[in-house]
Design a protein around this ligand. Structure first.
Ligand code: SF4
Ligand code: SF4
Length: 463
């Protein structure tokens, strides 16, 4: 069920991939043909009718998961894969929304410096920060993970530095006491980033900072202005320049139909910078918009009547590789921008290994500024979808939300799609927002298919 193949016309060979085992092989067409003979003409692959090479190839293909006894074995392996993924305790992930306030006034985001939003937006207090650390310590004692990954997110997380420092100090103390490795990350708009901040956090385990640039200078300044309309591009770039050698920096960006054309210019600009070779990753994704939006806009975030997807659009969920895209336009543009990014020598996502995202992990928690817990950062905009609270309160509505997330398995509606292990049925926030059912797949198979072709060609040129 999980076998994929891409013919490589240049060499006449075939790229084979199994999405469950992640095995990738480049083989002559006769070897790929063995897989067809297995299903179409089983007697032809009986041992005595094969030569030595073919017998060895069958063993290799079996070892890498390309050959399984039957379809039921594949289904069983898939169920085990998702169960293991969900219950994994090696790593505990906590995304902390230090505040829902933001110093930007992006027009695609319902949060931020619009009206009196910031006046009323939640901000974590130091008392709640202490409570959160106690909650994290309890989880660490229960799970005994090897690694704790703590990501600061918002709103704009750097608007609440006392809580960032407090969390970092307490997390390191808790991890050192238990022999757990701590990794810190920040997802920020970059305006307030300073060297001092990074210097202070690196000893606590700050490993990466993700900064958003929405297109080239003019486009970014239009998309991500301050409240008075002032641009933010130059200051962000200068901040990135100062910290690039100190910590891994990833550049993200949110494009829509109007801004997408400016991204190659942004890539050219980044390529010319003295910090270009220090960028750990460059990856862009579509802006998410309200449900009634035009077809070429991504209807993921409700920005008006129903503020779902409470976080900034910088995609904390899957570490910046969110699969929150929708229509064909976006699938094509995503592939195009990925190729443009690779062409300039930047590391980026391959478009195939996109999931499963953290919503499918039991021990990945998102904590809002008031201590409410959520299944993933994309659901923080709707308090009614909170799955619990760090103080342990058990309101029935939170418990019923938790129950809904417990049984999330959109891939059950995906038939025998080979991309299930890397897609899991798509983004649950998109399914909830667009389709009204978080258990329905949000499908972007064409995006996976084109990324697979690109992956195959990259593998061929590297071999
Ligand atoms: S469900 Fe969507 S928003 Fe949430 S972590 Fe997964 S890809 Fe990200
Ligand atoms: S959502 Fe689409 S691409 Fe993803 S597993 Fe389901 S059918 Fe496959």
């Amino acid at each position: 069920m999980f076998n994929l193949r891409v013919p490589l016309p240049e060499s006449g060979e075939v790229f084979l991939m199994n999405t469950l085992t992640d095995a990738q092989l480049i083989v002559p067409p006769e070897i790929a043909g063995l897989l067809d003979r297995l299903t179409d003409d089983p007697p032809s692959i009986e041992s005595e009718r094969l030569n030595e090479d073919e017998r060895e190839a069958l063993i290799t293909l079996t070892e890498h998961g390309f050959i399984v006894p039957n379809r039921a074995a594949d289904t069983e392996a898939l169920n085990k894969f998702f169960t293991d993924y969900r219950e994994d305790t090696e790593q505990m992930r906590v995304t902390v929304l230090t505040t829902l306030q933001c110093n930007f006034a992006c027009d695609y985001c319902f949060q931020g410096d619009h009206g009196d939003y910031n006046k009323h937006a939640d901000k974590m207090s130091l008392e709640d920060s202490a409570r959160l650390s106690a909650w994290i310590e309890t989880r660490l004692d229960e799970l005994k993970p090897k690694r704790l990954t703590l990501t600061f997110f918002g709103g704009e997380p750097l608007l609440n530095m006392p809580v960032v420092y407090d969390q970092a100090e307490r997390a390191l103390a808790a991890c050192e006491k238990r022999g757990v490795t701590l990794a810190l990350g920040i997802i920020t708009n970059g305006l307030l980033l300073t060297e001092e901040m990074v210097d202070r956090l690196v000893p606590y385990g700050l490993g990466y900072v993700k900064v958003t640039l929405d297109g080239d200078r003019d486009t970014h300044n239009q998309m991500r202005p301050l409240r008075g309309g002032q641009g933010t591009f130059d200051r962000i770039v200068e901040n990135v320049r100062k910290i690039a050698g100190k910590v891994r920096v990833a550049i993200g960006g949110n494009f829509d139909a109007d801004s997408v054309a400016s991204y190659p210019a942004l890539l050219d600009f980044l390529k010319e910078q003295d910090f270009a070779d220090k960028l750990a990753k460059v990856a862009f994704k579509p802006v998410v918009r309200e449900r009634q939006a035009p077809k070429n806009i991504i209807p993921l975030t409700i920005v008006t009547d129903k503020p779902l997807n409470g976080t900034c659009m910088t995609a904390a969920g899957s570490g910046g590789s969110s699969i929150c895209d929708t229509c064909q336009f976006v699938d094509e543009q995503l592939s195009h921008l990925r190729e443009e990014t690779k062409k300039r020598g930047f590391k980026t996502v391959d478009g195939v290994h996109m999931g499963p995202c953290e919503i499918h992990k039991r021990h990945a928690y998102t904590i809002g500024p008031n201590g409410s817990t959520y299944a993933c950062p994309g659901f923080t905009g709707d308090p009614m979808l909170s799955t619990g609270h760090i103080d342990g309160r058990t309101e029935s509505w939170r418990m019923s939300a938790a129950e809904r997330f417990e049984h999330l398995s959109a891939w059950h509606n995906c038939g025998d799609c080979a991309f299930m292990p890397v897609c899991a049925g798509g983004c649950s926030v998109a399914s909830h927002t667009e389709l009204g059912d978080m258990n329905m797949p949000t499908c972007h198979k064409p995006a996976f298919e084109s990324a697979l072709i690109s992956l195959a060609h990259d593998a061929a040129s590297a071999s």
